[in-house]
Design a protein around this ligand. Structure first.
Ligand code: PLP
Length: 391
């Protein structure tokens, strides 16, 4: 399934595409109001229902009546759509912030409602007592499941119990978890879940998806939202496998194929593979003498879809040389965002990565470190990671 091109894309999105997903974008154009397009949208919705609810895991029976819908815009649009339709200027929103995307959700909410942030340092765990206190008076809570800026997997299930207890709506950004890790819209009391096409769904960038429960649909007020983001209108059209406006036909086609590939692999095996690969990345980098970045406490855990690693002090002094040595090897990884720039690097294992590609990622980082004068044993880190991948 993975491309055999020499270029290795390890950024936390966009991620490499399978050949079939790529080819889906290269078919003759049809009208976005045609029966062919509706069939494509419906295929994508069926795959998305599966990914959002993960109804076949552990014999869990799926009793949700929610709707999967697709947006002509990336997940930031979905985040705004969720908040704008469920709040007004008199609403109290609690925004949980422990990284860049939690902060983005807070900023979005500030444009629409009164916001109380529960904020900890980027990469740290939330104190659930502090969350509970804040949630007690909230109308709506925003949270990021997998914080892409730090590699932290936040405890959505635990916060969902609190929002349910206090009858607050719960809106969750699952952009870098949904499709690569466990995510249970129903069991976790999530009212709207949001994901991007170009992350763990392994589709091209430009569109995103929402899962909207009946409770959220009942609470939505489309008139309070920007015209393009009227949730009631989107839900009406989604029932007919349409969007209100012109759909990006090639991207919807690619998404339909991508979610079908997820179904073929099966969420359980896909999640197992992601866990193994992220463990291999972490163990391989640690065997190179590197320190993983986040400092977490249960029930917060480390991400299974991306790994953040602290740069050694020598590299922090001149990070561009290290990142240049990676690029020269035809591999692309990410640095830190905002104040974490020059402090950490991040690699993704979202999508269809093979074991060989994970090992190449570790080897590339090891070789780049040696090239910039940080001595490390590349071969033994490859052995460590290989053992985990072969488990
Ligand atoms: C956790 C998270 N939320 C939201 C986004 C949405 O970003 P965009 O709208 O630019 O695709 C991203 C993208 O990196 C992300 O990682």
């Amino acid at each position: 399934m993975p491309d055999d091109d020499d270029f290795l894309l390890l950024n936390p999105g966009p991620v490499p595409l399978s050949g079939n997903v790529r080819r889906a974008m290269d078919e003759p154009m049809v009208s976005h109001r045609s029966a062919e397009f509706e069939a494509t949208y419906e295929r994508a919705q069926q795959g998305l229902d599966y990914v959002f609810t993960q109804s076949t895991l552990d014999d869990h029976s799926h009793d949700s009546n929610g709707t999967s819908l697709i947006l002509n815009g990336t997940a930031t649009m979905g985040m705004e759509m969720a908040v704008a339709n469920l709040t007004d200027a008199e609403s109290d929103v609690v925004a949980l912030v422990n990284g860049k995307f939690g902060r983005r959700f807070k900023r979005i909410a500030e444009r629409h409602a009164r916001v109380t942030p529960v904020e900890v340092e980027w990469g740290q765990s939330f104190d659930l007592d502090a969350v509970e206190q804040a949630v007690a008076d909230a109308d709506l809570v925003t949270m990021v499941h997998n914080e892409t800026s730090t590699g932290v997997l936040n405890p959505v299930e635990a916060v969902g119990e609190l929002t349910a207890e206090h009858d607050a709506l719960f809106v969750v950004d699952g952009v870098t978890s949904i499709g690569g890790d466990v995510f249970r819209v129903d069991d976790w009391n999530v009212d709207i879940a949001i994901t991007d096409a170009q992350k763990a769904l392994a589709a091209p960038p430009g569109i995103s998806a929402l899962y909207v429960t009946e409770r959220a649909a009942d609470a939505a007020d489309g008139d309070s939202a920007p015209f393009y983001e009227d949730l009631e209108w989107h839900l009406r059209k989604a029932d007919d496998h349409q969007t209100p406006f012109t759909s990006s036909v090639p991207l919807f086609r690619a998404l339909a194929v991508a979610v079908e590939e997820i179904r073929e692999e099966g969420m359980e095996s896909r999640i197992d593979r992601h866990r193994r690969q992220s463990q291999a990345f972490r163990a391989g980098f640690e065997a190179l003498g590197l320190k993983r970045f986040p400092d977490i406490e249960p029930p917060t855990s480390l991400s299974n879809t991306l790994t953040a690693i602290e740069l050694p002090d020598e590299v922090k002094a001149a990070p561009e040389e290290f990142f240049g040595a990676i690029t020269e090897r035809n591999v692309s990884i990410s640095g830190g965002q905002a104040h974490l720039g020059g402090q950490i690097f991040r690699v993704s294992n979202m999508g269809h990565l093979s074991s060989a590609q994970v090992l190449r990622g570790i080897r590339t980082v090891g070789e780049a470190l040696n090239e910039v004068g940080v001595e490390c044993d590349v071969e033994s880190s490859i052995e460590t990671a290989t053992e985990i991948l072969n488990k």
